[in-house]
Design a protein around this ligand. Sequence first.
Ligand code: 13P
Length: 251
Amino acid sequence: MRKKMVAGNWKMNNTISESLQYLDVIKDKINNNDIDVVFCVPSLNIMKIQDKLENTKISVGCQNMHFEESGAFTGEISAKMLKEAKVQYVIVGHSERRQYFGENDEIVNKKTVQALKHGLTPITCVGETLENREQGITIELVRTQVKVALNNISKDDVVKVILAYEPIWAIGTGVTATSAQAEEVCKEIRKVLTEIYDKETSDKVRILYGGSVNGKNAKELFSMENIDGGLVGGASLKPEFEQVVNYLEGK
Ligand code: 13P
């Protein structure tokens, strides 16, 4: 069966000292062996955080990387750099990258391919805007996002990809998708995976839900058949994160 996962996306929050202070509070409370836990942190903080999290159950991830090997790409970070820093996970195609930095489905595909090439685990994000949802094109749009993101990725490689469904209208708004809404789309994503690959492969791929996940709603969301955990923004910056990770103990 698929192992559950909770990935915290810190976004552009926490200096190094703030990170270390927060990790002092939270790190020993995360000791659930049934769940993979990762903090995707600002890249400048990675090395210090790696040291801090040694011998804990928390892995370190990055929030973005470039799809080229190296070269004249000012301000960017390569897969090779992340690998050498012993980073395992990298978020690819977050909606904020798409919205503010012009990333499209093709770029998301190139980054996903590049992460796999270097043995990193991409957490590849898809999701619709409120306008898309009101237009009734959520399923169609997410199907296309998944298909393009996974273009030219083999059956053996796709099982290493983690997909994250993050409806943009639910990000940072406090408005969570209902468990039924989230499950509907995650189920459809699994269906697309079966269409592209096969059922056996599709059943192995982890699909996360993201968008205003917190200590209170995690249990219901993560208990859905096709939701294998969460990609968590705001609540990953607070001690409340412990309740998201230990969601089974929640009410
Ligand atoms: P929030 O949990 O703050 O809504 O953010 C979700 C997100 O974008 C995680 O990548």
